[in-house]
Design a binder for this molecule. Structure first.
Ligand code: HEC
Length: 176
């Protein structure tokens, strides 16, 4: 009885050991990155007009996208629900510390599109379609009086939108 137990215990350890070895031989620490997965990271749209996806949208269309996906944190009119969620208004020339918003501070509309597309809504980044991102970007610009309600933003004209604070930065890109 005891011998049988011992033998089965030994066999059990051997088979466990073998299983460990086998699993080590077959270790797979992940799967290769597919082109589709990569496309979720390669979303950079720049001020030079590069990297914009196909699509278009107006502020009129973007109001609903904003109401459903953004207003809970940014307020119904972009007035914010906390210090860093104010995206409308502000003044870089104010006497006190300036309130930096899309309207007062952001130098490029292209990076606004880029930021919303990759990082917002904060609870579900990348959940909007490109079309919705064009629409809601237009709406944020509209709330800041930068474009009118029916201007259709698209890959061609977005980088050319003139932002109020575009000249408020010093270009130090020459520094190596
Ligand atoms: C769950 C809350 C939440 C939701 C929903 C949300 N945001 Fe935000 N958003 C934030 C927070 C918090 C910040 C500040 C992040 C930071 O400073 O890093 C922010 C920052 C931003 C900024 C940059 C503001 C600035 O001047 O730096 C923009 C633009 C923006 N959000 C747009 C949107 C849009 C458009 C939507 C809807 C599609 C959205 N957000 C949905 C929480 C949210």
């Amino acid at each position: 009885m005891y011998k049988t137990f011992l033998l089965s215990a030994v066999l059990f350890s051997i088979s466990t050991y073998t299983a460990v070895i086998n699993s080590q031989e077959g270790v797979r620490l992940g799967i290769p990155v597919s082109e589709e997965d990569l496309s979720q990271f390669d979303l950079i749209a720049g001020p030079d007009g590069s990297g914009f996806p196909p699509g278009s949208g107006t502020a009129r269309q973007g109001k609903e996208v904003f109401d459903v996906n953004c207003a809970v944190c940014h307020g119904a009119n972009g007035e914010g629900t906390s210090g860093n969620t104010i995206i409308v208004g502000g003044d870089m020339q104010s006497e006190g510390p300036p309130l930096r918003t899309v309207g007062s501070y952001w130098p490029h509309a292209s990076t606004l599109f880029d930021f919303i597309r990759r990082a917002m809504p904060a609870i579900a980044p990348k959940s909007l379609t490109n079309e919705q991102v064009y629409q809601v970007t237009a709406y944020v610009l509209y709330m800041n009086n930068i474009i009118t309600e029916d201007v259709e933003l698209n890959a061609t004209n977005l980088a050319g939108i003139e932002m109020p604070n575009a000249d408020g930065f010093i270009d130090r890109s020459d520094i190596q």
